[in-house]
Design a binder for this molecule. Structure first.
Ligand code: ATP
Ligand code: MG
Length: 141
């Protein structure tokens, strides 16, 4: 069973603002998987989330690092699985430990296996500056 909500944005700033809203509500152990094509706005959203947890760290795509950690009111792990060809397990990423210490957002999150409690946000490109963010939160699996 899951609940779905969707919001449209008309600029990167609006997408960041949605991220900031989420960032203010994140708690230790929260895991959010982000999906959507290249340039859909996942990293832009994470930039807002980092601001929402009160971090002044600069947010960049962790393409070569797999995981970056931002520090604010709570810790935020920013994971990007673009370079993972097929799928990867939470344990192999050290994600269990990161979730003991804070929240985690995962770009290309559909490549993550064996996830239990999770929220998913899918980014659709509607036009040059328009995006639709569809949030699905699993209640029971
Ligand atoms: N409404 C919008 N929301 C988010 N980004 C937007 C929007 N309109 C235009 N953009 C632009 O789209 C691009 C989104 O890039 P971003 O790096 O956030 O995408 P991404 O989903 O992380 O891509 P990748 O899969 O390559 O990591 C940026 O250049 C941003 O300025
Ligand atoms: Mg990105």
């Amino acid at each position: 069973m899951a609940t779905t909500t969707s919001r449209e944005t008309a600029s990167p700033e609006e997408t960041e603002a949605l991220g900031e809203e989420l960032g203010r509500r994140l708690r230790i152990g929260d895991l959010v998987l982000l999906s959507g094509e290249l340039g859909a706005g996942k990293t832009t959203f994470v930039r807002g989330v980092a601001r929402g947890i009160g971090s002044s760290d600069s947010v960049a795509s962790p393409t070569f690092q797999l995981v970056r950690v931002y520090r604010g009111g709570i810790q935020l792990a920013h994971v990007d699985l673009y370079r993972i060809e097929s799928s990867v397990e939470m344990r192999d990423l050290g994600l269990d430990e990161l979730l003991d210490q804070g929240a985690a957002l995962v770009e290309w999150g559909e490549r993550l296996d064996d996830v239990v409690r999770v929220a998913r946000i899918h980014f659709d490109v509607l036009g040059d500056d328009r995006r639709r963010l569809t949030v699905v939160r699993d209640l029971v699996r």
